[in-house]
Design a protein around this ligand. Sequence first.
Ligand code: NAG
Ligand code: NAG
Ligand code: NAG
Length: 241
Amino acid sequence: MGSKTLINLLLLLLITGAHSEVTFNFENRCTYTVWLAASPSIGDADPESGSGTLELFSMPDQWSGSIWARTNCAYNVSYFSCETGDCGSGTIDCQSPPPTYPVTLLNFDIKQSVVSYEVSLNHGHNLPVRIQPEGGSLLGGTGLCPVVDCIEDVSNVCPGNLVATNKDGRYVGCYSACDGLKDPRYCCTGNYSSPQACQSNEYSQKFKQLCKLAHTYPRDNDPPVYRCSRATSYNITFCPS
Ligand SMILES: *[C@@H]1O[C@H](CO)[C@@H](O)[C@H](O)[C@H]1NC(C)=O
Ligand SMILES: *[C@@H]1O[C@H](CO)[C@@H](O)[C@H](O)[C@H]1NC(C)=O
Ligand SMILES: *[C@@H]1O[C@H](CO)[C@@H](O)[C@H](O)[C@H]1NC(C)=O
C-alpha cells in the first residue's frame, strides 16, 4: 500500500464519518489513471486513482446509485472534464447529473449489510470492470455471493455506428443501442416499455456474447441482480485481467 493510498484511506474515513458495515476496495489495474465517480456523490475528496493503486472506501449505511471510472480527465484552467464518464459539472467530484455516455456502470443498493449489485452496459462500455464480494451469502439463493464482471475487450465487437471516439478519432468506448440510436425499441420506452416488448436485440446480444454476467438492455435479468448479505467488503477492480 503506497503512502498516497494510506492518506486516501485516512481522509475517506474522516469524511464518511457515519459507521458503515460495507467497505469497497477500489483497485485500478488499468495501465492508465482513472478518476472514480459516483452518483449520488459519496464525497470522495480525491477520486484520482493511478495505475496500480488500491483505495479503501467505507460506504454509507444506505446508498443506492452508480459508480464508474472516468478516463483521460484534466482541468482546462478551472473546468474539469474527462474523455469518458464525464459528469458535466466541471468539478472533480461529480455533482449528481448522469455522466456522459458511454460508460460501464456499477450499480449498487446498500441497505446496511445487504447489498444488491450489478454491472450494467445499459449506457455502453468504457472500460473492463469486476465486482467481487468477499464473504457473505447470497439472499434468495444458496452459497456464496457471485462475481459479476465485464472484462473483455468490447472494442472488438462494437458496431461501427456505436463507436465513441475522442477528438483525435481514437476509440474510447461503445455506446449502448439506446444511447447511440435513440430508438424506443432499444431503450424500452413508449410502445416498448412492457416486459413482453422489451427484449434483447442484435446490439445487446453482442455485448452479452462477451459479458454474460453483465446486464445489456433495460430489462435484462439474466443473471438476476444479486443480493448479498454480510459480505465484509466488495473488491471493485478496473481492468481486472
Ligand atoms: C474549458 O472547457 C469548457 C467545457 O468544455 C469550455 O466551455 C471552456 O470554454 C473551456 N475553457 C478554456 C479556457 O478552454
Ligand atoms: C405505438 O403503437 C401505436 C399502435 O400500434 C401506434 O399508433 C403509435 O404510433 C406507436 N407509437 C410510437 C411512438 O411508435
Ligand atoms: C480483495 O482485495 C484484497 C486487497 O487487494 C485482496 O487481499 C483479496 O484477496 C481480494 N479478495 C478477493 C476475493 O479477491
